[in-house]
Design a protein around this ligand. Structure first.
Ligand code: NAD
Length: 426
């Protein structure tokens, strides 16, 4: 059992706090945001994740986990390890903005006891951990990298049962100490130098984003050639060298990581006079995918969107999360609004502020009332459980665009136009 501090209680920090406490450590989570801390102390999760509320209650009750917005409380806890989990957003040039992480690291370095290890879990460009080490004048504390690979929607499970754990450090003694925090997890464990650990995270995210863009481009070609996209992707994925995960076409990729991380990687490579044309192509292919969905919806709305009502199911960037950061649905809604459409959106969990032309409905059926087209933009499984009869009864035109390919075949006969992404309109 170790004493561990976690800095930043967003998606990664909260999951890390809960995960480490579940592994048997004593954990204190620290965030500047007092309202977030207050909510967590009351065992109310600030993100939507399966099993989180239950885990929080148990760990708070057993005193294995607590939260604070007072740095003095973290100091008197004398943590042996602190995980830095603050945001690393995109700056105006497309690079990673390190302002938040630099200031968090500085603040924490002032209060750490001698011998403590600062572990950077945030996604940071190569060289950041070295710069952080040099930025504070303390030779008695150490910096390691331990990138996080959790997927929103299955965050706790991914933390407890990861595909791999990567720890980067320039001292094997430090690496071993950090890796020992995960002794009770049975997964491949990789110790690397700092630079490799930092690059592994970006390389993995960029590869996944490229794979999705490739899948979307093939879906587009399947539509044009009247090939069956599901059969094409199945036929590809059965090749063991390819595998079938992340071969699902959709309206474009988004979320809090892929857009900013692909952009930061391209920017980082430029700084080393290195080119990443495949990643750059994936980014532009993704922009084209958003526009393609908007063009499809426009064509389904009889060729023009001005004053047409479009029902949107799903605003979260993917199912099982309430995160809307860089959500493909929001990118598409924005483009639809620019072409004059009126949007009535519904999401089982995620909320976005209403704006001119955009209203949030309280149910899936309510969103479709009077709509010219229904577009499914997030793959929530419950959407395929709604009654198509009820949907069609309230719509102005019985036209549906399934950009996530989740609707069952039984829906098809109910609609005058039923279009799934990757297949020609019938
Ligand atoms: P987030 O923006 O949801 O959370 C960051 C938290 O840090 C916020 O609660 C904020 O109040 C807090 N904070 C900011 N400055 C602070 C300071 N000085 N002291 C204490 N708290 C401070 O971010 P996130 O989505 O959890 O991502 C964090 C990092 O992890 C990013 O680098 C991200 O790229 C990476 N990552 C995210 C995911 C994901 O799915 N969200 C997955 C893997 C890696």
């Amino acid at each position: 059992m170790k004493r561990i501090g976690v800095i930043g209680l967003g998606y990664v920090g909260l999951t890390t706090s809960v995960g480490l406490a579940q592994l048997g450590h004593k954990v204190i989570g620290y965030d500047l945001d007092a309202s977030k801390v207050e909510s967590l102390l009351a065992a109310k999760p600030t993100i939507h994740e399966e099993g989180l509320e239950n885990a929080l209650s148990k760990l708070l009750e057993s005193h294995d986990l607590r939260f604070t917005n007072h740095i003095e409380e973290l100091q008197s806890f004398e943590p042996e390890f602190v995980f830095i989990c603050v945001g690393t957003p995109q700056d105006a040039s497309g690079a990673a903005d390190l302002t938040i992480i630099n200031s968090a690291a500085q603040e924490v370095a002032l209060i750490l006891p001698a011998g403590a290890i600062m572990i950077v879990k945030s996604t940071v460009p190569v060289g950041t951990c070295q710069k952080i080490t040099k930025s504070f004048n303390r030779s008695d504390i150490f910096v390691a990298s331990n990138p996080e690979f959790l997927r929103e929607g299955t965050a706790i499970k991914d933390f407890m049962e990861p595909d791999r754990i990567v720890v980067g450090s320039n001292s094997s003694e430090v690496s071993k100490k950090v890796m020992s925090l995960y002794d009770s997890i049975d997964s491949p464990k990789l110790e690397t130098n700092l630079e490799s650990a930092e690059l592994i995270k970006y390389a993995a995210n960029a590869y996944l984003a490229m794979r999705l863009s490739f899948t979307n481009d093939i879906a587009n070609l399947a539509e044009a050639t009247k090939a069956n996209v599901d059969q094409v992707l199945l036929g590809m994925g059965l090749d063991k060298r390819i595998g079938n995960s992340f071969l699902k076409p959709g309206p474009g990729w988004g979320g809090s990581c892929f857009p900013k991380d692909t952009s930061a990687l391209v920017s980082m490579a430029k700084g080393y006079d290195s080119a990443l044309p495949l990643v750059e192509s994936a980014i532009s292919s993704n922009e084209a995918a958003f526009k393609r969905s908007v063009d499809v919806i426009e064509s389904l709305a009889e060729g023009q969107l001005m004053n047409k009502t479009i029902a949107i199911w799903g605003v979260a960037f993917k199912a099982n999360t309430d995160d809307t950061r860089d959500s493909p649905a929001l990118r598409i809604i924005d483009l639809l609004l620019k072409r004059g459409a009126k949007i009535r959106a519904f999401d089982p969990i995620a909320r976005v502020p209403e704006a001119a032309g955009l209203s949030m409905a309280s149910s899936a059926i309510e969103a479709t009332k009077g709509a010219d087209v229904l577009a499914i933009l997030t793959e929530w499984p419950e959407f395929s459980m709604v009654s198509p009869e009820q949907v069609v009864a309230g719509m102005k035109n019985s036209v549906v665009y399934d950009a996530r390919r989740i609707l069952p075949e039984s829906w098809r006969p109910h609609f005058s136009v039923f279009k799934a992404l990757g297949e020609a309109s019938k």
